[in-house]
Design a protein around this ligand. Structure first.
Ligand SMILES: *Cc1c(COP(=O)(O)O)cnc(C)c1O
Length: 213
């Protein structure tokens, strides 16, 4: 299967309200361009250095999302151009994004990452902290919280994944408003489940690009 074929398989299984972020981390520019020329314009990266390099080298109409853990000292590198930051997991990071956005005369859209998995290693706010974080974020004029993001536990236990997606969906329903409209959940292994559970944005890498370097 070609990348264009893979892309179309994924796209055809999405309902029309769901946005596809093609996760191109570690993928060569030539492969990324295959997806681009097949019509994909939104790409996600999880490393700042790689994101900056690709944004420099690749077509200017690509919409870049930062999907991974973001260190505060690297925010300035992506602040000039990033469209959406998925992994906002602390007030300190919100503050830094606001500062760098202001320096670039921009408002940067952000998703609050919510800790829904049982693994200790996954980043994010606890479910109980999210409403307060949204309130605090209102004090920062150069960021806009547009939704929530979560990653389910890496497990074959489908019931557990469903439960974790459900808990995020319930939280999303309680904080949803005219600005907060995006629920980013679902990757190659579980995006169908995530869509069933109300995801509006899926982050899919290996199902499109197959091999990572
Ligand atoms: C790598 C990654 C994805 C995509 O994972 P696949 O299994 O390749 O689809 C999605 N979200 C985040 C945060 C990632 O780091």
């Amino acid at each position: 299967m070609s990348i264009a074929n893979n892309l179309n398989v994924v796209l055809s299984s999405l309902t029309k309200e769901v946005t596809l972020v093609a996760v191109s981390k570690t993928i060569l520019n030539s492969s990324l361009l295959e997806a681009y020329h097949a019509g994909q314009k939104v790409f996600g990266e999880n490393k700042v250095q790689e994101l900056v390099q690709k944004a420099k080298d690749l077509p200017k109409d690509i919409i870049w999302h930062m999907i991974g853990h973001l260190q505060t000292n690297k925010v300035k590198l992506i602040a000039p151009f990033v469209s959406l930051i998925h992994g906002v997991d602390s007030i300190k990071l919100l503050k830094e994004i606001n500062k760098r956005a202001e320096q670039n005369n921009r408002v940067i859209d952000c998703l609050l990452q919510v800790h829904i998995a049982t693994e200790k290693t996954k980043f994010g706010f606890d479910i109980t902290e999210v409403e307060q974080a949204i309130t605090i974020a209102k004090e920062f004029p150069n960021i806009k919280i547009v939704g929530l993001m979560g990653m389910a536990t890496f497990t074959d236990n489908k019931q557990q994944v469903i439960q974790e997606f459900n808990s995020l969906k319930i939280l999303f329903e309680t904080v949803k408003n005219k600005d907060i409209t995006i629920l980013s959940m679902g990757m190659s292994a579980d995006y169908q489940l995530a869509i069933d559970k109300g995801s509006t944005m899926v982050r899919v890498g290996s199902a499109i690009f197959e091999h990572r370097n």
